[in-house]
Design a protein around this ligand. Structure first.
Ligand SMILES: C[S@@+](CC[C@H](N)C(=O)[O-])C[C@H]1O[C@@H](n2cnc3c(N)ncnc32)[C@H](O)[C@@H]1O
Length: 261
């Protein structure tokens, strides 16, 4: 069934036969008879190759190392949804992260938390327990209107390999976004942590994200931190003691005192 249904899709209208492709399988499907992922991949892959062979007399090569086109087969409750991955490497992997912090936030989660907290890039910002600096780096990127992954190389977004992709429009969009970037943030952005090695990590990551010059870094206890402006926004990811031990045992009582200042 999966094979015959996948053969009904006009794959040749979606991408060219010279581009290497792969199929990924997501989801478990106990109700659907528990088809193993490998079998899902084979059925969909061969269906795609069949369609190309039937229409054009040649099939695209399978490339699992650096595929240009990725077809995702998502199996749930006896149904399989096929989709094309348009992003390529996960967008939460912004490419600036220095490894080594025991409890880093995902970049996309940090950006979402900032938006939910009401940060719009114009307020003074501080994260006094910055760890590897994710929140402050995302804040700096928002403050100077730097689009995430704007430095991605040509072809790294998978949509660039799909039929109907308009390179001129994409270039114009990238140029417009680059032109919107500000020379400096409207207000200070401060990141600090009790641990000097984490501050160094945050600084390195900020350098990779090309926002280091827009930020101030400091090694200090948050209890001793001073806000960088009269008003602004503080967003931090507290140590709960689960992943990074109990050396911050006094955090709960201190934050309570500090929040009232
Ligand atoms: C959950 S982590 C933050 C992770 C960070 N959001 C990231 O993406 O890497 C909490 C951080 O609080 C720091 N910390 C703990 N107690 C502190 C204190 N009293 N003052 C300042 N920083 C503290 C720890 O060193 C740790 O890096």
């Amino acid at each position: 069934m999966l094979h015959s249904q996948a053969r009904r899709i006009r794959w040749c209208e979606l991408f060219d036969a010279q581009h290497g492709f792969m199929v990924e399988s997501l989801g478990a499907d106990a109700e659907g008879g528990g088809m193993p992922p490998k079998q899902v991949i084979t059925q969909v892959r061969e269906a795609i190759r069949d369609v190309f062979n039937r229409e054009l007399g040649r099939a695209p090569p399978v490339d699992t190392d650096e595929p240009k086109v990725v077809v995702v087969a998502h199996l749930a409750k006896g149904r399989c949804m096929l989709s094309l991955d348009t992003s390529g490497k996960s967008l939460h992997k912004r490419g600036y992260r220095e490894p080594g912090h025991p409890a880093p936030l995902k970049e996309t989660l940090a950006a979402a938390v900032l938006v939910l907290a009401g940060y719009d890039g114009t307020q003074a910002f501080m994260d006094p327990m910055c760890g590897s600096g994710t929140l402050a780096i995302e804040a700096a990127m928002m403050a100077v209107h730097k689009a995430p992954r704007i430095h991605r190389k040509k072809g790294e977004f998978h949509f660039e390999w799909l039929k109907g992709f308009d390179r001129q429009l994409w270039r114009a969009t990238q140029d417009r976004v680059r032109a919107e970037k500000l020379e400096a943030p409207p207000a200070p952005i401060v990141a600090s942590d009790i641990d000097a090695s984490y501050v160094a990590m945050a600084q390195k990551s900020a350098l990779k994200a090309r926002v280091e010059k827009f930020m101030t870094f400091d090694t200090r206890r948050f209890q001793d931190s001073e806000p960088p402006a009269e008003s602004g926004i503080l967003v931090t990811n507290l140590p709960y003691g689960d992943r990074i031990g109990s050396r911050e045992g006094d955090v709960r009582s201190s934050t309570r005192k500090w929040a009232t200042r």
